[in-house]
Design a protein around this ligand. Structure first.
Ligand SMILES: Nc1ncnc2c1ncn2[C@@H]1O[C@H](COP(=O)(O)OP(=O)(O)O)[C@@H](O)[C@H]1O
Ligand SMILES: [Mg+2]
Length: 473
């Protein structure tokens, strides 16, 4: 029998797809953040039951780059030899997930994508307990379309063994564009990278993790929301405090808080901000954290509910409003994040439900801003009474000081809906005049003032008043 022409078709992956294509979908800075994520995953793998306020204490990563090389070196436990079967492969089979750990790595692509994004040669050296080995990627290997094996060099000489368990990734043969960004004029790139680490790693660094970039320690820059301790208005229970929502759905715990980071801006500040495009606007909006990593930072679009369902569009006047949502789950695939881990999967039903609460909370603060428009100075005194609290401090307050109510409609959970001070209603400068007269007399005055025109008795009264007022003036 002759072979059927329609027997099978070839669907094996092509190496250049991973090397040249996949790397286009991610920004350089985000690719580097993927490498930092792996450090944190390494820590979590090491100490399975890490708890307490600073579980990442003592762990650090150091990033260095120049026009010819890039390296990242950490003491985060190394890549266990037991993971070698998939750590270096592109993509991860479902059975290989660390499903009992709250890691962010899910798709098995971050490390390789970052390497190929940066250069064409790489040496990965890692030590985990008794295993110490190096894996090398060369430009020749990248060219060989059907060789998917990478050479491993075991390290056994005592003098060559690193002191601590950890990993170093050194990349060479940088792509042209990358070499330029890493080279002598790297100030802009360095600023961008440092800022992104400061904001996206704020929660992890607050828990003890340290990052250095070209020798400089990176300081965390967490979002802090104003919290007023004592309810201030006599006789009422209003105070500037964040909105809080707390729940657990299908094994994912969610904690959400939104509030003010600073007093609402004066008109002058709004104008300045718009003209000069200063930095302060960059710190407004929603930050979303999945297993301690900020996957979205200060978003001000519909993605986080701005300009939707009763919430106004973001505008500079809302510069003082920030919110944080934290998702935590040991099974990273349940988190509403995308493959780049630097974005939200907007179609996730979990996220859509939580987004309703984000909007509810946000409205409290957009309403306040609108109510106090033009009275910036007056509202400032209420905001100045508070102190800025980071997310863990807000959590402590929420369990120790605030009374959270159960939410029974829509997504279940507990929430704290703050009551914010309202401006006093303006005393009206108008007063009512009323009196009664004989109908016949009213008719006479009406004919005198209005002629044939229609007019109610009160219209007649008003006309009389206006006429005499004019005369009096
Ligand atoms: N610096 C490191 N320390 C510990 N483990 C690492 C490190 N770099 C990579 N790994 C591990 O190697 C595997 C492959 O990493 P990666 O390509 O980023 O895919 P994933 O999406 O699984 O994180 C993962 O299990 C990751 O945790
Ligand atoms: Mg990873």
């Amino acid at each position: 029998m002759t072979k059927n022409k329609y027997d099978t078709v070839d669907a094996t992956p092509v190496k250049s797809f991973f090397v040249d294509m996949l790397t286009r979908d991610i920004e350089l800075v985000d690719a580097i953040l993927d490498l930092l994520d792996n450090c944190v995953d390494g820590i979590l793998r090491q100490k399975k039951n890490s708890s307490g306020a600073t579980p990442y204490e003592g762990y650090e990563a150091e990033i260095k780059f120049d026009a010819s090389s890039f390296s990242i070196s950490d003491n985060c436990g190394g890549i266990p030899w037991s993971l070698h079967e998939y750590a270096f492969r592109m993509g991860k089979a479902a059975e290989n997930r660390d499903s009992d750990l709250p890691t962010v790595g899910v798709y098995g692509i971050g490390m390789k994508r970052a390497i190929f994004k940066i250069g064409r040669q790489c040496l990965i050296s890692t030590k985990n307990e008794e295993d110490c080995y190096k894996v090398e990627i060369t430009p020749e290997w990248i060219e060989q379309s059907d060789n998917w094996k990478l050479p491993v060099f075991p390290v056994s000489e005592l003098s060559q063994l690193p002191k601590e368990d950890g990993t170093t990734i050194e990349i060479g043969e940088l792509h042209q564009g990358i070499a330029t960004r890493f080279g002598e004029d790297n100030a802009d790139f360095t600023r961008e990278l440092v800022r992104k680490i400061q904001t996206h790693y704020a929660f992890i660094m607050a828990k003890g993790f340290r990052v250095k970039v070209n020798g400089q320690r990176v300081e965390p820059k967490p979002t802090k929301l104003i919290f007023v301790e004592t309810e201030n208005e006599q006789g009422t229970d209003t105070a500037i405090r964040p909105y809080i929502y707390d729940t657990e759905i299908d094994g994912v715990s969610v904690f959400l808080s939104v509030g003010f980071t600073r007093p609402i801006p004066s008109q002058e500040e709004i104008n300045q901000e718009q003209e000069e495009k200063r930095y302060s606007s960059l710190d407004a909006g929603w930050t979303i954290i999945c297993n301690d990593r900020a996957v979205l930072y200060c978003d001000r679009t519909e993605l986080t509910g701005w300009g939707e369902a009763g919430v106004p569009r973001y505008h500079t006047q809302f510069i003082s409003i920030s919110g944080i949502v934290e998702f935590q789950c040991n099974d990273a695939s349940k988190l509403p994040t995308t493959t780049t881990k630097r974005g939200i999967d907007a179609s996730s039903s979990l996220y859509l439900q939580v987004k309703n609460k984000m909007r509810d909370g946000m409205k409290v603060f957009t309403n306040f801003t609108n109510q106090w428009k033009g009275k910036g100075n007056e509202s400032k005194q209420y905001i100045d009474r508070g102190s800025p609290l980071a997310l863990d401090e807000i959590k402590t307050k929420s369990s120790e000081k605030l009374k959270l109510n159960s939410v029974r409609s829509g997504l279940r959970g507990k929430q704290f809906m703050p009551k914010l001070p309202r401006p006093k209603p303006e005393p009206s400068s108008k007063r009512r005049i009323s009196y009664t007269r004989e109908l016949e007399e009213i008719e006479t005055v009406k004919e005198y003032l209005l002629g044939e025109q229609e007019g109610s008795p009160s219209r007649v009264g008003e006309e009389c008043f206006d006429m005499i007022l004019e005369e009096a003036r």
